[in-house]
Design a binder for this molecule. Structure first.
Ligand SMILES: CC(C)=CCNc1ncnc2c1ncn2[C@@H]1O[C@H](COP(=O)(O)O)[C@@H](O)[C@H]1O
Length: 186
């Protein structure tokens, strides 16, 4: 089997400390990303699941490329390969999406939802062509998926939902999809 092409994978996920239901799948996904030689592109924080993902990618041997934001810079992780500080959240979102080859959304709160919907809205308008995966850890996004499917079925989306986002149940499935998509595009 040929080695996967190294990718810069932007991960949006919670900055909160959560229980094992969320930390274990996050760590598992992160280690797969690191072991495959990919770079983590993320919000740069050393808190909650954002720390878990960075620790896991590091442990797997991958690179860390952080994009913090001025008012949160005191939470930025020290041990990184690169850290950029944006002036505000809007600039940070644009930088994260520009730096990445692909986006994976893990369990998160409002910050994650804001980032995920921005990526999907840009895809909807054809302004962002990198793949977006929603990783439905522990069924966390069942409610959001129901809402998105209703938008799709009832004519709220100008493009099919399947063209906007790939829904995965496991980190391995998410990564396999990205590696296949990148190979086809390359
Ligand atoms: C302890 C503490 C306040 C840590 C600093 N907090 C943060 N640092 C960096 N990015 C963040 C922070 N909170 C939210 N974000 C952004 O919003 C997302 C997480 O927000 P949430 O926890 O889902 O809503 C992340 O993908 C990140 O890009």
């Amino acid at each position: 089997m040929t080695a996967p092409t190294p990718m810069k994978i932007c991960v949006f996920l919670s900055a909160s400390d959560l229980d094992e239901r969320y930390t274990a799948p996050t760590r598992e996904f992160a280690e797969l990303v690191g072991r495959a030689g990919h770079t983590l592109v993320w919000g740069g924080s050393d808190a909650g699941l954002m720390k878990v993902v960075a620790d896991g990618v590091r442990a797997g041997g991958g690179r860390l490329s952080g994009f913090s934001v001025d008012f949160l810079r005191q939470f930025a992780r020290a041990d990184v390969d690169e850290m950029t500080v944006a002036k505000d959240l809007a600039e940070r979102k644009a930088m994260l999406l520009a730096a990445a080859d692909a986006v994976v959304v893990l369990a998160g709160g409002l910050g994650t939802l804001d980032e995920a919907t921005e990526a999907l809205e840009l895809r909807k308008h054809g302004l962002f062509d990198k793949p977006v995966v929603l990783l439905n850890t522990a069924g966390f996004y069942d409610g959001l998926i129901l809402q998105l499917r209703r938008m799709d079925e009832e004519g709220f989306l100008p493009v099919p939902l399947a063209d906007l986002v790939f829904i995965a149940d496991t980190g391995a499935e998410a990564l396999a999809y990205l590696e296949k998509t990148t190979r086809l595009a390359g």
